[in-house]
Ligand binder design. Sequence first.
Ligand code: NDP
Length: 243
Amino acid sequence: MKAIQEKTVIITGASSGIGEATARELARGGANVIIGARRLGKLEALASSLQAEGASVAVHQLDVTELSQMQAVVKFAIDRYGRVDAIVNNAGIMPLSPLASLKIEEWDRMIDVNIRGVLHGIAAGLPVMKEQGFGQFVNVASIGAYEVSPTAAVYCATKYAVRAITDGLRQEVAGQGIRVTLVSPGVTESELAETITDHEARELMQEYRRIALPASAIARAITYAIEQPAGVDVNELVIRPTV
Ligand code: NDP
């Protein structure tokens, strides 16, 4: 039996890009996958296509900025499958802009989705995992969690925060059977750049996108971390395009 089979995995931000590719990879590997995001139609289409292949996929509409919605997804997983093996805190947005543009509403949204969203995933999952005595958080950061690039001060700040939270969580749950993984992609094909409203930042992203990784490359990295035996905790994976 492959290690991924029979695992129950919740993925946030699964309606496109990396989350969608991860849902495909895990579901095809035999996991019970619960896919969450705001766009229900996209989730349902993904679930239908995977179910047609015989995969186990359930849809749960979700806004990660609302703790109660994240808690509802975890409850759904427990009610349906009796356990949660992993939560992939992947949902994120990236409306890049220079600080001087004062796009304060966009800063706030990045903080809400990219930081609070991950914290809500932890808040919803940690009590359950502690009770089970096992579980795993896979938090998706970015290479922007290691260095700041032009127009990305706030986005990178949110990803530095995800890295710090992930490291702190790993220290705190040591000895409790809970694994904690940080996955940091370089530029990857997805819908992420569509959240950029700033002209200069959009142009810059077009340049980077010429070397973008397929989302399936990140999905395989996430799957690698989840499919390891219980005694193996993959701490950190950084995936960049070959240049
Ligand atoms: P996409 O834009 O394709 O996917 C983002 C996902 O997040 C969508 O499914 C979106 O779904 C979801 N999402 C956004 N806001 C919310 C919310 N409030 N509640 C629930 N879901 C939400 O981009 P990626 O696949 O690239 O992004 C996935 C992660 O990877 C992000 O954390 C991103 O920062 C990170 N990343 C991406 C890189 C890249 O180059 N693509 C590089 C490094 C990191 P919906 O709108 O339906 O809610």
